[in-house]
Ligand binder design. Structure first.
Ligand code: FA5
Ligand code: MG
Length: 409
């Protein structure tokens, strides 16, 4: 008789090992992106826009002595605990963002951060009250020109004492940050209406000024009401991009419970989190989110500038023709589209331009459902051959059959 050796699979990330378990869903193609730090690169559009936003906050908010009040944290590891990514931010246990289909888990205790907000609570606890965080974030998401499983975010937090918030008010003694009131559309139960309105006004004003500093005074933007577990009230800012509204950030008044737990009991504050790729696409006219990962000098050389505020308009180099190929299969009961998108990315890498569910067909008699996906392949730097795409397309089918139990039609 032979016994099976005990296999203890581990994933190594940035020098640490994580023992796999039933949560593990990280893929090799995502692991390869960890540690690239595009946001700290001097001659990369993500590094340049990061620097511009940092410079805006440094220049706009100064202490009496002339020093910037914000500090920047851009070197925190993307591996975080589930507490950091969710619990610390009051994300409920049954919130959809915790699903295995939405985030990349190393195991049941550690994951790749899905937003840079994961560090908010720790930094407030350490005593900071005005800071920026940038870094790479990871999400299992749809695949198209504005969505990629790895992207970059910049979060900002600003806390105010009563005197800081109402510094311009005449009768400051009559104003309060807190009250034992009720939760409304405009405020949290603990906040006074005047505090909630003042924080919201300061927040929106800062972000509008930032948008104008980046894109020019005539930038078209609009505020849309949103909900986040960690802020109330909350909004998203949208800007016009190729004649459509594109969401670039989420923000709001920080839930007082978070500040209490972090030890900032006598302060109120705002927070925002923005997507750097989306802002850079609009600013530099970059048409496809995959280009940020290109090492082709025809891309990188266009961002080789000393001054991050230099105006740059990306000049596309000839786009090679796409190859489009459909795949149809019967889906098993607990099938989730994101599992298939991950397989397409893992097998096809950056050749995948787009994946789209184009047809759902139900066979009522047999109680079976079939999905048809259209995969668009394109190489940024050369023409693809039909042969190589056929091989990749078949491998995607084989992998989906093996790990998702789909039946290819
Ligand atoms: C968040 O991630 C919140 N943490 C933001 C926040 C922070 C709100 C603090 C309140 C207070 P959201 O999931 O909407 O929110 O993402 C924020 C931004 O990241 C989006 O507006 C968008 O610009 C960008 N983004 C989101 N998903 C992707 C993606 N797959 N690819 C590229 N950019 C993305
Ligand atoms: Mg959003």
């Amino acid at each position: 008789m032979c016994s099976k050796p005990a296999t203890k699979l581990v994933t190594d990330v940035l020098g640490n090992s994580y023992t796999s378990d039933e949560f593990t869903n990280i893929t090799p193609s995502v692991i390869k992106k960890i540690g690239k730090k595009l946001h700290t690169k001097k001659n990369h559009p993500i590094g340049l826009i990061n620097k511009q936003i940092q410079n805006f906050f440094y220049a706009t908010y100064l202490r009496a002595g002339g020093n910037p009040i914000f500090s920047m944290y851009d070197n925190i590891s993307p591996v975080v605990t589930l507490e950091q990514n969710f619990d610390n931010l009051l994300v409920p246990a049954d919130h959809p963002s915790r699903n295995l289909t939405d985030s990349y888990y190393l195991n049941k205790t550690h994951m790749l951060r899905a937003h840079t907000t994961a560090h908010q609570r720790d930094l407030i606890s350490s005593g900071l009250d005005s800071f920026l965080i940038t870094g790479d974030v990871y999400r299992r998401d749809t695949v198209d020109a504005t969505h990629y499983p790895v992207f970059h975010q910049l979060d900002g937090v600003r806390l105010f004492s009563k005197h800081q918030l109402f510094s311009k008010a005449k009768d400051i003694d009559k104003l309060n940050l807190f009250e034992n009131g009720s939760y409304t559309e405009l405020k949290q139960a603990e906040h006074s209406l005047e505090a909630a309105l003042a924080v919201a006004a300061e927040l929106k004003n800062s972000l509008q000024e930032l948008a104008k500093a980046l894109f020019g005074a005539d930038i078209k933007y609009r505020w849309v009401e949103e909900q986040f577990p960690f802020t109330h009230p909350s909004w998203e800012l949208e800007i016009l991009y190729q004649d459509k509204w594109m969401e670039v950030l989420g923000c709001g008044v920080i839930k007082q419970e978070i500040l209490k737990k972090a030890g900032a009991i006598d302060k109120v504050g705002w927070a925002f989190g923005m997507g750097l790729e989306r802002l850079a696409m609009r600013l530099y006219d970059i048409p496809d989110i995959r280009l940020f990962w290109s090492e082709d000098t025809r891309f990188t050389s266009q961002f080789n500038v000393e001054d991050p505020s230099t105006q740059i308009t990306f000049k596309p180099f000839s786009k090679h023709p796409p190859v489009v190929n459909d795949i149809s299969f019967w889906i098993p009961e607990n099938f989730h589209e994101n599992d298939f998108y991950d397989i397409v990315r893992s097998v096809g890498g950056d050749l995948i331009e787009n994946v789209e569910l184009i047809d759902v067909f139900e066979n009522k008699k047999k109680q079976k459902t079939s999905h048809c996906y259209r995969i668009t392949y394109r190489h940024m730097e050369r023409v693809l051959t039909l042969n190589e795409i056929n091989t990749i397309h078949e491998n995607i089918g084989a992998e989906a059959y093996k790990s998702l139990n789909v039946i290819i039609r």
